[in-house]
Design a protein around this ligand. Structure first.
Ligand code: ATP
Length: 618
C-alpha cells in the first residue's frame, strides 16, 4: 500500500473548493460523467487504431445510488488507470489543476457564470462527498488500483481485486449534501447536463412489456446521437421537428424554421437553431439556446457568443472552441468567439434568403412572426443589414409584401414629391389610423403596415442610408401635405380672412396642446384634421423603445397640429357666422370629429359628444 500527502501548497483545498463552488455543487456529476465518457471514447479510439487489444463492445456508463450507505457510484467501461496513472493523473496533475484554478479565480469566483463553466474535473467530487474512492482497472494487463481520500490532503493507494476493465468512482455523500441521494434529484441532473452525451448512461431499470412478456430493461437517460451531430443531408424536416420536441418537451408550438450549423474550419461548431413563434414578452424568450461542448451541456446563457438579436431563437450550439473559463467581457474580445458570432449571423441571413427564394408565399406568411428578430438584426449587425435586402419585407395594410427595391419601384411614380424625394407612407395600426389610411389610399398611395416596437429605429436607419427617401406616418400631416406635389393651391380666403379665422379657432381650441395651422387644400379634402408631426413622434418612440441620442425625448408631451382647410365650405361658414354660439358649436363639432378620427376623443369628452349628437337627432 502507498500512502502519502497530495502535493499541494494550499493547506486544505477542499473547504475552499466547497466554498467557491457553493452555488454550483451539482456540476460534480457532469464532471465525473464527462471523465467517464472521455475514458470510454479514448478506449474506442485506441481499439480502432489497434493500440488496445480489447473488445470495445457496447459500453455503458452507470450511475447508481446506494441511499442506505449514503453512496453514489459512477461506473464506466473505459480505458481505466494503472496504479502509476492514478498517482500521476489524480494525485499530481489534477490537484495542481485545482490549485491553479483557485489561485487564478479566487477573486472572480463569486461570478457564478464563470465558475460553473470551469471544468474542475475530478476534484469537484469533494463538493458533495466527504470521502471518495476510485477503483480502476486499466485495459493494460496490470492489477487494479484502489485510491481513497477523505477530503484532507492525505490519500491511500492500494491494489484492488477488480477484474473487469474500467473505473468506478464511489462518493460517500457528506451530511450537507444528502439531497444528492434522491433519485429524482440525480435524474434531473442527468437530464439537464447529460441528455445528449455520446456514451449511453444507465440510471436504474424499468419494466417493458406486460404480463409474461414483461422484462426488466436498463433505463438509458441520454440520446447519444442527437440530430445536430449528424450531417444536414442525413436529416429530414421531420427529424428537425422531432429534435425540437426532444429539446423542449414542454413546448407545444412548432418552430417556424430551422438552421443547421456545421463548420469545422477555422473553428469547430455544430448546432441547430430554431425560429420560434415569438411571444409578446421578448425578455421571457431569451436564453433558450443551449450551449454544449462535445455534447456536454454547459449553459443556456449564450450572451456574447450568439449575436444579441439571435438570443431570441432556440436550439443548440456545440463548440469546443468557446473559452468558458473567462469573463463575459473577455469573451466578446476573443477572436474565435467573434468569428463564431459572425458565422452564425451569416448562416441566418443565408437561410432567410434561400427560404425567401424557395417559397416566397410561405416566407411572407411567417414574416409577422419573425420580423422582430430580423429587424433587430438589421439594426444591430451591419453584416446582416447588408444581406437583408434580399429577404426583408415591407407589408402593406392590404397584405401585399414588398422588398425594399420592389417597394421603391412600385411607388416611385405616384409618391415622389416635387423635390424628387420618394415618400414612403406607413401606418402603425390599421384600426386607429383608419381614416388617414383611407385618405391616403384615395390618392392612390401605398400604405405600409409597420407595427413592430423597434420600427422607428429601422425607419431612421433606412432614411439615413438611402438618399432622397423619407418615411411619413399617414397621420403625420394632412394627406395633401404628406407628399407635396406642386405649389400650394390658392386659398379662397384673403389674408385678413385667414388671420381672422385663425384667431377664432384658436380661441376655441385648448392652448398648448394643438397648433392651429391653416392650409389651402382641395375643397373636397377634410375641413379639420389632427396630425402628429413625424419627426417629434418618431424621436419620442425611439426614446421609449430605448435608443441612444434621444435622451429625454420620451418625456416630451404629445404634440399635435390642427390642420384647417381654408378652401372647405366649413371654413367660410365659421368665418362668416355672426352668431357666436353657432360658430363655437361648429368648431366644437368639427374638432371632436377630428379628434375621433385620431383616437383622441375619450372619457368625458366622448360622453358629451355622444349626448350632444343624440340630442341633435331629436
Ligand atoms: N473515469 C476515469 N477513467 C479513466 N481516467 C480518468 C477517469 N477520471 C479521471 N481520469 C484521469 O484523471 C485525470 C484528471 O481528471 P480531471 O477530471 O481532474 O481533469 P481532466 O478531465 O483532465 O480535465 P477537466 O478539468 O476538464 O475535467 C484525467 O485527465 C484522466 O486521465
Amino acid at each position: 500500500m502507498t500512502s502519502g500527502k497530495i502535493n499541494v501548497t494550499v493547506e486544505n483545498i477542499f473547504p475552499l473548493i466547497k466554498k467557491f463552488l457553493y452555488s454550483d455543487h451539482e456540476i460534480f456529476l457532469r464532471e465525473l460523467i464527462s471523465n467517464a465518457t472521455d475514458a470510454t471514447l479514448k478506449l474506442k479510439h485506441l481499439t480502432s487504431i489497434g493500440e488496445a487489444n480489447v473488445e470495445y463492445g457496447n459500453p455503458v456508463i452507470e450511475v447508481k445510488i446506494d441511499k442506505e450507505n449514503k453512496k453514489i457510484h459512477i461506473i464506466d467501461q473505459g480505458l481505466g488507470m494503472t496504479k502509476e496513472e492514478v498517482e500521476k493523473y489524480i494525485n499530481q496533475v489534477a490537484f495542481s489543476g485545482a490549485e491553479e484554478f483557485l489561485e487564478k479565480y479566487k477573486d472572480s469566483a463569486k461570478d457564478a457564470g464563470i465558475i460553473g463553466h470551469f471544468g474542475l474535473g475530478f476534484y469537484s467530487a469533494f463538493m458533495v462527498a466527504e470521502k471518495v474512492e476510485i477503483i480502476t482497472k486499466s485495459y493494460k494487463n496490470e492489477p487494479a488500483a484502489h485510491w481513497t481520500c477523505d477530503g484532507s490532503p492525505e490519500y491511500t493507494l492500494t491494489e484492488s481485486d477488480k477484474t473487469d476493465r474500467g473505473t468506478e468512482i464511489i462518493l460517500h455523500i457528506a451530511e450537507d449534501s444528502l439531497e444528492f441521494l434522491e433519485e429524482g434529484k440525480i435524474r434531473g441532473l442527468l437530464v439537464k447536463y447529460n441528455k445528449f452525451m455520446p456514451v449511453s448512461i444507465k440510471f436504474g431499470t424499468h419494466t417493458e412489456g406486460e404480463g409474461d412478456d414483461a422484462v426488466e430493461v436498463d433505463t438509458i437517460i441520454n440520446n447519444p446521437n442527437p440530430a445536430w451531430t449528424k450531417q444536414p443531408s442525413e436529416l429530414k424536416e421531420e427529424d428537425y421537428t422531432n429534435f425540437y420536441r426532444e429539446l423542449y418537451p414542454m413546448q407545444f408550438e412548432e418552430p417556424l424554421f430551422n438552421i443547421h450549423l456545421n463548420v469545422d474550419y477555422p473553428f469547430n461548431l455544430t448546432g441547430i437553431l430554431y425560429f420560434p413563434k415569438l411571444s409578446a414578452d421578448l425578455q421571457m424568450q431569451k436564453d433558450k439556446i443551449q450551449l454544449y461542448q462535445n455534447q456536454v451541456y454547459v449553459t443556456d446563457n449564450v450572451e456574447g457568443i450568439v449575436p444579441e438579436f439571435l438570443t431570441m431563437l432556440k436550439g443548440v450550439i456545440d463548440s469546443p472552441d468557446i473559452p468558458l473559463n473567462v469573463s463575459r467581457s473577455y469573451l466578446q474580445a476573443d477572436g474565435n468567439v467573434k468569428k463564431i458570432s459572425n458565422y452564425i449571423t451569416r448562416k441566418v441571413a443565408d437561410k432567410m434568403k434561400s427560404l425567401f427564394n424557395e417559397n416566397r408565399a410561405d416566407f411572407e406568411s411567417k414574416w409577422n412572426d419573425i420580423k422582430i428578430v430580423l429587424e433587430y438584426g438589421m439594426l444591430s449587425e451591419p453584416k446582416f443589414y447588408e444581406k437583408s435586402g434580399a429577404f426583408a419585407l415591407y407589408p402593406t395594410v392590404d397584405g401585399k409584401y414588398y422588398t425594399f427595391e420592389e417597394l421603391k419601384e412600385a411607388i416611385k411614380e405616384n409618391q415622389t414629391d416635387k423635390d424628387g424625394n420618394l415618400v414612403i407612407l406607413y401606418a402603425s395600426n390599421k384600426d386607429t389610423q383608419h381614416s388617414y389610411i383611407a385618405s391616403a389610399q384615395e390618392k392612390g398611395y401605398q400604405v405600409l403596415l409597420l407595427d413592430s416596437p423597434i420600427v422607428s429605429h429601422l425607419i431612421q436607419k433606412l432614411e439615413a442610408d438611402n438618399e432622397k427617401i423619407s418615411f411619413a406616418r399617414v397621420d403625420a400631416d394632412h394627406v395633401s401635405n404628406l407628399i407635396k406635389k406642386e405649389e400650394n393651391t390658392i386659398s379662397k380666403l384673403s389674408e385678413d380672412e385667414q388671420k381672422n379665422l385663425q384667431e377664432i379657432i384658436e380661441l376655441n381650441v385648448p392652448k398648448g396642446k394643438y397648433t392651429v395651422q391653416l392650409e389651402a387644400m382641395d375643397s373636397t379634402d377634410e375641413p379639420f384634421v389632427i396630425t402628429q408631426p413625424e419627426f417629434m413622434r418618431r424621436m419620442k418612440e425611439m426614446s421609449a423603445s430605448g435608443g441612444g441620442g434621444m435622451f429625454g425625448m420620451g418625456n416630451m408631451p404629445e404634440m399635435y397640429n390642427l390642420v384647417v382647410n381654408t378652401n372647405h365650405e366649413l371654413a367660410s361658414k365659421i368665418l362668416n357666422n355672426s352668431d357666436k354660439e353657432a360658430q363655437e358649436s361648429n368648431i366644437k363639432q368639427a374638432m371632436d370629429l377630428a379628434k375621433l378620427a385620431q383616437g383622441l376623443l375619450k372619457g368625458e369628452e366622448l360622453t358629451a359628444f355622444v349626448k350632444r349628437n343624440f340630442s341633435q337627432l331629436k
